[in-house]
Write a protein that binds this ligand. Structure first.
Ligand code: MG
Length: 430
């Protein structure tokens, strides 16, 4: 028997449709109702498509150079990925969702689980319809909303909402008559939490869809998948086992890495790239109130290179830090350790490791920084961060970033307008 609680509290999986393409269409009216594709870093492959581009049967993941001519012929708008725009739109989306639900777990850049109470008549469609129009009005983004008693069933409902044309983007798995018919239509590998290996094992046992998985022998699942499998099956049956994880788990490390637009062969270029990543990583740590006590840098050649090389270097710190100056000194020294003039490096990165919350900092007795120095360092970094926040990351940076960056990522078709730069707000002509 289902618990009473599951009848009054619902979980919805809210997912933005064609998120990257929708963001671009939202800020640039010329792109609305037109086919749009977004390219990966260095303008390599197609990673997102608007519905209009999908309709033209343009494939996902295909290298850009292979379809460049065809896209041109079809009049498809081609854009480099603009992650600052997508990140900013995501933040706006999640803030609106927060106001419109009881609890929220941000699951990815364009997806969140939310919990809501069912009204007395149990009908959540009015809530979902309102949420969809609120987000469309504010952000120009269309949502798909799947509703269930728990996360696993909300995911299934979302899948159904996407694939059933008459659903109008909303599907409530709790309020349907013939649930088995729907669950039968969900292949087992589409059930949340079922990976490729598990799916192969289930297929070999003759379990092909969500209905069969729900009804299969519990002991067999437990023997193979343990408690995780049992929880998944219980959720399929309508019990609630997986809570909404409101607080983001503390990150174990922060990594900033990029592929270069052009391979690097000079030490000064590698050092400059790593320094820029270190500046970004340090700011990111401070924004999350973290400090690092170990730093790794790495560089490697392309995966396709016949003359391949990869190397990393690591430094453990005595005092955890979030100070960009300290981190830069270390990263610049480490870059010399991984540089090798014989190779064409195509990617490099920095990792901030052993992260701790900067509120509970333990100082080493051996190398105790004076309180005054520490205070000065905090003040300096806080000032830099707040100026950069105000002036869109352009106010203060380090001299090393200023030399020309020939290796920098190709972003030839970056969307002009952005929601993160006041100067780029579109003008309305009357
Ligand atoms: Mg999506």
């Amino acid at each position: 028997m289902r618990k009473k609680r599951s009848l009054t509290e619902a979980i919805a999986l809210v997912d933005a449709n064609n998120f990257y393409a929708s963001c671009e269409q939202s800020i640039n009216p010329h792109l609305r109702n037109k086919p749009v594709v977004i390219l990966s870093n260095n303008d390599g492959c197609i990673i997102a498509r608007s519905p209009e581009a999908r309709a033209l049967k343009i494939k996902m993941g295909i290298p850009y150079f292979k379809v460049k001519e065809r896209l041109n012929r079809l009049g498809v708008a081609v854009l480099s990925s603009n992650y600052s725009l997508y990140g900013d739109m995501s933040k706006r989306l999640m803030n609106l969702l927060k106001d419109y639900s009881e609890e929220i777990e941000i699951y990815s850049i364009d997806e969140a689980f939310v919990s809501v109470s069912r009204p007395e008549n149990k009908n959540l469609h009015p809530w979902a319809r309102k949420l969809r129009s609120l987000i469309y009005q504010n952000l120009g983004i269309t949502l798909t909303i799947g509703i269930g008693e728990n996360k696993v069933r909300a995911k299934i409902a979302n899948n159904l909402a996407k694939n059933i044309d008459t659903s109008a983007g909303i599907f409530d798995l709790v309020r349907i008559e013939n649930e088995n018919n729907y669950l039968r239509g969900i292949p087992v590998h589409k059930v949340w939490g079922i990976g490729k290996q598990t799916s192969n094992w289930l297929q070999s046992k003759g379990i092909k869809n969500a209905e069969e998985l729900r009804d299969m022998d519990e002991n067999e699942i437990i023997r193979k998948l343990g408690i995780i499998g049992k929880r998944l099956q219980l959720e399929l049956k309508g019990n609630k086992c997986l809570p909404i994880e409101k607080i983001k788990k503390q990150k174990k490390e922060i990594q900033i890495s990029r592929s270069f637009g052009k391979p690097i062969t000079k030490l000064e270029d590698l050092t400059q790239a790593l320094a820029i990543y270190a500046i970004k990583a340090s700011a990111k740590m401070r924004s999350q109130k973290l400090k690092s006590s170990a730093i790794t840098v790495f560089a490697r050649t392309s995966h396709y290179s016949t003359h391949s090389y990869q190397k990393s270097a690591y430094k453990k710190l005595i005092n955890a830090t979030d100070n960009t100056n300290t981190i830069l000194k270390i990263v610049i020294a480490l870059s010399k350790e991984i540089y090798n003039p014989e190779y064409k490096l195509s990617k490099a990165g920095v990792l901030m490791q052993d992260l701790t919350n900067n509120q509970y900092l333990q100082h080493s007795i051996i190398n105790y920084e004076s309180q005054e120095n520490l205070k000065r360092s905090i003040n300096l970094m806080t000032t830099i961060d707040s100026l950069n926040k105000k002036f869109n990351n352009k106010a203060i940076t380090w001299a090393i970033t200023k030399r020309s960056q020939e290796w920098a990522m190709k972003r030839n078709s970056l969307s002009f307008t952005s929601t993160t730069d006041i100067k780029k707000i579109p003008n309305i002509m009357t």
